[in-house]
Design a protein around this ligand. Structure first.
Ligand SMILES: *[C@@H]1O[C@H](CO)[C@@H](O)[C@H](O)[C@H]1NC(C)=O
Length: 336
């Protein structure tokens, strides 16, 4: 074993409000979250949402509240692009209340939210979204660049994927990105990937789930992210990660790796969806496309020691697609 893992162990324990414990390292912070009494865990995933309720954001939120109630969810995950079009301007930006607090107001959604940043968030003041001030305004909010959530049944690894994308640094559209703290990006990415590798190597969770904003595989508008295929995918495969969950493409989709148990899920339908906008020819690699929906909606995950159940819902709460990992090798559903 190389010595590079040593610093992963130097966690510092700090008490935290929702989570039992929080461990701090240079790049990754680590949180502990309890499972339900029966050992299971459930959560919702939403992405690409903050538009002050517009483009059906409020309708999606309403259905999330209902499904959250039914499943008794433990937390919510946001796959990024939390606030359109340009993230938050300051930690006191009213956009936060208008697009988050006031929208996801259902009882069942009053749980911890674990969020990564999307490229649109990088176009505002990134420090504002990461700021503890937001947690004082709404204690549900937790957005960090890269972090881990440990539960007895699963480990969730949140990765800040925007600095992976070369195009944003070449920036042909002349957009402003807040790169403070992540440049030079090659050094930053090396550090993030090293810590991810260490954390995966040490992981004893039954389920290993990695979350980032950008897709690895996607047949949506943006398609696959070549930097993630090169840098991230080999790590996910080497450490038997069960799922990679992302947003960025404004759709709901499920692809299944043909070379490993890895499942790719996109939950990017939190508000404005790109109807009719997809590319069947590219984006899936050789992997199997199991489901694609170019409208609004969200996703649920229910974990038990023997099964991971994933479901996608539309703006009216209809289940569009569901998947049980314990049926992976014999009953593929055939939506597409
Ligand atoms: C809201 O959802 C309905 C049902 O899917 C859809 O017909 C309508 O176009 C959506 N509205 C917007 C503004 O996206």
């Amino acid at each position: 074993m190389d010595g590079s893992c040593k610093h992963c162990l130097k966690w510092m324990w700090v008490a935290c409000f929702y989570f039992e414990f929080m461990l701090v390292s240079a790049e990754f912070q680590r949180f502990q979250h309890p499972v339900k009494a029966d050992g299971s865990l459930s959560f919702l995933v939403i992405g690409d949402w903050g538009r002050k309720g517009a483009y059906n954001q409020s309708q999606v939120a309403l259905q999330m509240g209902k499904v959250g109630e039914k499943l008794g969810i433990d937390f919510v995950i946001s796959t990024g692009d939390n606030f359109y079009e340009k993230g938050l301007a300051t930690p006191y930006d009213p956009h936060f209340k208008h697009s988050f607090t006031n929208i996801y107001s259902a009882n069942s959604l009053q749980k911890q939210w674990c969020s990564v940043l999307g490229n649109h968030d990088y176009r505002g003041d990134v420090q504002a979204q990461l700021s503890p001030i937001l947690r004082k305004i709404d204690s549900r909010w937790l957005c960090l660049r890269s972090f881990l959530v440990n539960t007895e049944i699963a480990e969730l690894f949140f990765i800040d994927t925007t600095p992976f994308v070369d195009e944003y640094f070449r920036n042909p559209k002349h957009q402003k990105f807040d790169w403070r703290g992540v440049i030079p990006s090659n050094k930053y990415l090396t550090r993030v990937l090293k810590e991810l590798r260490c954390a995966l190597r040490e992981s004893v969770g039954k389920w290993k789930i990695v979350i980032g904003h950008h897709p690895i595989r996607s047949i949506g508008h943006h398609g696959q992210t070549k930097e993630l295929i090169t840098l991230l995918l080999p790590i996910l495969e080497a450490y038997n990660v069960d799922m990679y969950i992302n947003g960025h493409d404004h759709c709901l989709q499920h692809l299944s790796s043909i070379t490993s148990p890895l499942q790719f899920f996109t939950s990017g339908g939190g508000s404005k969806a790109w109807k009719g906008d997809f590319d069947y020819l590219d984006g899936g690699g050789d992997d199997e496309i199991k489901f694609y929906y170019d409208g609004q909606g969200f996703m649920s995950v229910e974990l038990t020691p023997t099964n991971a159940k994933i479901a996608f819902y539309d703006v009216s709460g209809n289940v569009l697609h569901s998947f049980n990992s314990n049926q992976l090798y014999y009953t593929y559903s055939t939506e597409m």
